[in-house]
Design a protein. Structure first.
Length: 262
């Protein structure tokens, strides 16, 4: 473990040196993500101006849900964005083969090969939304609520990474896995809002099948002392289980990988 942490730090510092060679690009990447999130938040504000109460949820409460999932997504965006490019950038070109001849785990190498600066923008937006909502709603912070916030963000990031890993492994058979990954990933858009506004089928999907709701709705419910909030403590279990399944599926796919060449 210590060896891999040291290696990741070396990969990260080298990546940051590359990014700092083009500082304007780094800043633009982060700002573009902030601008994109701002447009989505503006859309919520416009809707909530006309409908102040969305099935019992106010504007600031929805911002809390949105902020939590944005924080979770930022973890995935910063540290595991390379999963999206596995087929298009590495397998199709034959570049993935270099991971197989080096004395480190290929999945670790893939993840460490790129830090995505755009995720920094998501992280900043998520922090700002959670702080703003917390102040506006007068949330009384306790040790358990602070632990829940940390667990929700870390576990939520793990859920995003695991689901992307499970879908990107299809690259070993179909090369371009982006359509498959997007089919699952885009479900997180539903989890940017309270799950109680959706039909029961959507609730089941986002709680038990692709559990993005465990990264947003349930932790927000816990912080707001709402019913169903205790289900948020299932997030670490779901993240650990999905990461385990994702890694085992990765190992299965790796055994069936055949180099495409260049």
């Amino acid at each position: 473990m210590t060896r891999y942490l040291s290696l990741y730090w070396l990969f990260l510092t080298q990546r940051l040196k590359v990014l700092m060679e083009y500082r304007a690009n780094f800043i633009i990447g982060a700002l573009s993500t902030i601008a994109l999130q701002a447009s989505s938040i503006l859309a919520i504000w416009v809707v909530m101006r006309q409908v102040p109460d969305l099935n019992g949820w106010t504007y600031d409460e929805i911002l809390l849900v949105y902020g939590l999932i944005t924080l979770a997504k930022s973890i995935n965006h910063m540290f595991a964005d390379n999963l999206w490019t596995l087929g298009r950038q590495y397998i199709r070109s034959g570049g993935f083969d270099r991971f197989l001849v080096r004395p480190i785990d290929p999945l670790f190498h893939l993840l460490a090969d790129r830090f995505c600066q755009d995720g920094v923008g998501n992280f900043l937006v998520g922090v700002a939304l959670v702080v703003k909502a917390s102040v506006a709603l007068g949330i009384q912070w306790t040790l358990l609520k602070a632990l829940m916030l940390v667990a929700a963000v870390v576990s939520g990031g793990g859920i995003f990474i695991a689901l992307n890993l499970l879908t990107c492994v299809t690259s070993f058979w179909i090369v371009d896995s982006v359509p498959v990954t997007r089919l699952v990933f885009d479900n997180h858009l539903f989890a940017q809002y309270p799950l109680t506004i959706y039909p029961k089928a959507i609730n089941i999907l986002l709680t038990w099948i692709v559990p993005y709701g465990l990264a947003s709705f349930y932790p927000a419910s816990y912080l707001l002392d709402r019913s169903l909030g205790n289900l948020a403590w299932a997030a670490p279990v779901a993240a650990a289980l999905l990461l385990f399944l994702g890694y085992r599926f990765w190992q299965f796919g790796l055994k069936h990988y055949g180099s495409t060449g260049t």
